[in-house]
Design a protein around this ligand. Structure first.
Ligand code: NAP
Length: 303
């Protein structure tokens, strides 16, 4: 198996070896993806004679690459940056959650048809349960970066779970406001939480964020800020408090500036490796219609 495949490889594809590559992740960049090690461990553990590869595919190459996959006996594909939104129009069918999120991270190849799903929201739900031993439905959530693909999936999952409170924070406020409008029906039920609104969209303003912290249990980073060495902490330790749980969807680096600030403030923190595990487990279940071998996948991620 090659370290990284390209569109040129797909064009002259031949299924090779005892466990040919029939699954993979398309991204640009893709070298950093941990999905191959996790999914290959799952395939091996289940005795499935397939392999999962890494594909360096640019935005311009996505349509051709997906078209080729229809005819190559593939089982499925994961999509990562920058493909999640663009793939929506390239599917034959799109699952409801993926349509609502406006993003696809899992493609099932059914005959020659492509069916799009989004497993990020469910991955997040299970990650919060496993990291903090609490249910999302009982939490007041402050979501940073609500306007991106991951942010929308997490916001939708919070709404589906009917969490106690959801505050959507986004650099471009209009996007958060639009999502709040879409999610309002989920929060219109009889759950009452005193004087604070159950669903709010706010701009990225330190004063406004500080005012929200007292009414928050879980802070989530769904922005890419923290991935680069030079990135600052999204929130300073002085803004955080010991009662908080802080979940950073980033997993490289393992300790982001936000998680360092959370530790300084005495708050609990966890990185996005658990979300990667659980979204990957849901993808596996979509592809193979059987329970994913979580222990093998967890061990492959050294979680
Ligand atoms: P995306 O669609 O590009 O979304 C980026 C979001 O971050 C937008 O809301 C954007 O705000 C905001 N943002 C970007 N730069 C910012 C800055 N400098 N300051 C404040 N806000 C900023 O990206 P994505 O695909 O959702 O990915 C977001 C993060 O989620 C990445 O770190 C990714 O690794 C992580 N993720 C993790 C998993 C997992 O399994 N652990 C799965 C999916 C994604 P605007 O709307 O204003 O541009």
């Amino acid at each position: 198996m090659k370290e990284v495949y390209t569109l040129a490889d797909l064009k002259s594809w031949e299924a090779k070896g005892k466990s040919p590559v029939h699954l993979g992740v398309f991204g640009d960049p893709v070298a950093q993806s941990l999905s191959p090690q996790m999914q290959n461990a799952a395939l091996e553990s289940e005795g499935l004679k397939e392999s999962y590869g890494r594909f360096q595919i640019s935005a311009e190459e996505l349509e051709d690459s997906l078209d080729l996959v229809r005819h190559l006996n593939f089982v499925g594909i994961n999509l990562t940056l920058p493909h999640k939104a663009d793939a929506l129009d390239l599917m034959d069918e799109v699952d409801t959650a993926a349509r609502q999120c406006g993003a696809i991270n899992t493609v099932l190849v059914e005959g020659e048809n492509l069916v799009g799903f989004n497993t990020d929201g469910l991955g997040f739900l299970h990650a919060i349960r496993s990291e903090f031993s609490v249910d999302l439905r009982d939490l007041r959530v402050l979501l940073l970066g609500a306007g991106g693909g991951a942010g929308r999936a997490i916001a939708l999952q919070c709404a589906i779970e009917n969490c106690e409170r959801l505050v959507l924070v986004n650099r471009t406020l209009e996007k958060a406001q639009e999502i709040a409008k879409e999610l309002a029906p989920y929060f219109s039920g009889s759950r009452v939480l005193g004087p604070v609104a159950r669903l709010q969209a706010i701009p990225w303003d330190e004063g406004l964020l500080r005012a929200q912290i007292a009414n928050t249990d879980l802070v989530v980073n769904a922005t890419p800020v923290g991935m680069k060495r030079s990135d600052p902490a999204l929130l300073s330790a002085s803004l955080l408090a010991p009662h908080l749980m802080v979940y950073d969807t980033i997993y490289t680096p393992a300790r982001t500036p936000l998680l360092a600030a959370a530790a300084d403030a005495g708050a609990l923190g966890a990185n996005g490796l658990s979300m990667l595990l659980h979204q990957g487990a849901r993808s596996f279940e979509i592809w193979f219609g059987r329970k994913a071998p979580l222990d093998a996948m967890r061990a492959a991620l050294r979680l």
